[in-house]
Design a protein around this ligand. Structure first.
Ligand code: NAD
Length: 472
């Protein structure tokens, strides 16, 4: 990293990606797939690593951000990671068990089952915004499924990437888990490797490039992408109550969260009351922005400048603006919570994922207008609906699409180990966490074992009466 500008620079000696992949592939072929005990051992080792180096991890992430609230690293990264490991460990035995299926009548005696086999070598490309959870989380699922893994963490969180490289190298041989570091050039070369599966977490634009790079190898991809996750506030909600969990979701990690509420659809009559409640809430949660250890910095000056221009553009286009009383600190990249009221639908802030503590409030007249607003845009990663009328909430859920949903709160569905996490449409494809993660990174192999005395063996040319009997 360039220490003066804080911007990443390309590694001078690019890692030997092909060599690492070849070594992992050789190791896959040289041994039987790891059994339950070996997989549990890897998971335990990883959990031990996190426990031992917890403070170093928290410090590295904070240094990468400038300031990252330590509780946000604990709550948003380490807690879900450790819960995930515990859940996978507990259920792995039953997930690995082959599933009995029923062979067709004409093929009996025989037995049929689905066996979950490791895919081989899995690649993980991860972003900077939760550099621990979004790197080690996919690793947990890949190891649980018995794979070998190559990881390319984000160059925008260089200290965390360095730490992960060092710690994982102390735990795993390079032919089991290898971390490579580098910028976009290394990332591109990484995405062109002939993995057995590639999990990419990042922006939708780069996700497209990754899928294209994987296509010539027919490498299957899981794409965990971003987008604009809406909040739909149904009429009659208590504004203070709703504001509390919306503010938590929006200002956590200063809005740099893939499932952060991007904008709120507010009943027109409630707009003034809700805007006031949101601002009150932001000022209560963060009495100061500058010097407040609970408030996280924007990752780089370039990202900060983009947020400034999003607000300026929306205001110039006629949006109302309400800012936290503390204007923040551009030098330390502390961007204050900012509400934009009724920004034009064609302003940049309503066109791109915000990824910062700016919250557009969009008025609507009828619930069906709000649902249409959501459906006219790409399918989001998350949708949040606030309402106490079960029927009305169910209707909103039925008539919209999104990767996941939390009702009457934000973000919490992601922390459920027993729920799949993934997007749909432009917010991604495939899912991981828990059983879905195990299955995503295993090959469900169909295995039919024929009994010795089996009439189907008699079906062969020259075809006679028997074939007519079978095909009738
Ligand atoms: P990004 O797409 O810029 O980068 C992600 C990773 O891709 C990095 O490791 C980077 O080195 C690599 N990369 C960059 N250019 C590449 C290329 N041409 N080919 C291959 N790889 C390349 O994303 P980011 O800025 O690090 O993260 C923010 C984005 O990630 C947001 O859009 C956010 O919504 C999304 N995100 C999604 C999830 C999820 O789980 N769905 C989680 C966190 C973040």
């Amino acid at each position: 990293m360039n220490m003066r500008t804080g911007e990443p620079v390309e590694e001078t000696a690019p890692p030997d990606l092909e060599g690492l992949l070849a070594a992992q592939r050789r190791a896959v072929l040289a041994a039987n797939p790891p059994d339950l005990a070996a997989r549990r051992q890897s998971l335990d080792a990883l959990a031990g690593l996190v426990r031992t180096h917890r403070e170093a991890m928290i410090a590295a992430v904070s240094a990468d951000f400038g300031n990252r609230a330590r509780q946000e690293t604990e709550l948003g990264e380490l807690l879900p990671l450790m819960n995930g490991i515990r859940h996978v460990r507990r259920h792995l035995k039953s997930w690995m068990r082959p599933e009995r299926r029923r062979p067709g009548l004409a093929f009996r005696p025989a037995s049929a089952r689905v066996e979950y086999q490791p895919l081989g070598v899995v690649g993980i490309l991860s972003p900077w915004n939760y550099p621990l959870f979004l790197t080690l989380g996919p690793l947990v699922d890949a190891l649980a499924a018995g794979n070998r893994v190559m990881i390319k963490p984000s160059e925008l969180a260089p200290r965390t990437a360095e730490l992960l490289e060092r710690l994982l190298a102390g735990l795993f041989a390079p032919d089991q888990v290898a971390v490579v570091r580098g910028g976009a050039g290394v990332a591109q070369a990484f995405s062109r490797l002939a993995f057995d599966h590639l999990i990419f977490t990042g922006s939708t634009g780069v996700g497209r490039a990754v899928m294209q790079a994987a296509a010539p190898n027919l490498t299957p991809v899981t794409l965990e992408l971003g987008g604009k996750s809406p909040v739909l506030l149904l009429p009659g909600q208590d504004p203070d109550r709703a504001a509390r969990t919306i503010a938590m979701g929006k200002f956590f990690n200063a809005g740099q969260t893939c499932v952060a509420p991007d904008y709120v659809l507010v009943p027109r009559a409630q707009m003034a009351g809700f805007a006031a409640a949101m601002l009150r809430c932001a000022e209560r949660m963060y009495p100061a922005i500058t010097g407040n250890p609970d408030y996280t910095s924007i990752i780089t000056g370039r990202h900060y400048a983009r947020l400034v221009s999003l607000v300026e553009g929306a205001v110039a286009a006629g949006a109302g603006v309400r800012r936290h009383a503390d204007p923040g600190d551009a030098g330390r990249r502390l961007f204050p919570p900012t509400l934009l009221i009724d920004p034009p639908a064609d302003s940049a802030v309503m066109g791109e994922e915000i990824f910062g503590p700016i919250l557009p409030l969009v008025p609507y007249d009828r619930v069906e207008d709000a649902v249409r607003f959501v459906n006219e845009r790409p399918k989001p990663l998350a949708l949040y609906c606030y309402g106490r009328d079960e029927r009305q909430v169910a209707e909103v859920l039925d008539r919209t699409r999104s990767g996941g949903v939390t009702v009457n709160a934000t973000m919490l569905h992601v922390g459920q180990e027993d729920l799949p996490f993934g997007g749909v449409g432009e917010s991604g494809m495939g899912a991981y966490h828990g059983r879905e993660g195990f299955r995503q990174l295993s090959h469900a192999r169909a295995v039919l074992r024929m009994g010795r005395f089996n009439a189907s063996h008699m079906v062969a040319a020259p075809y006679g009466r028997l074939v007519r009997l079978v095909t009738r």
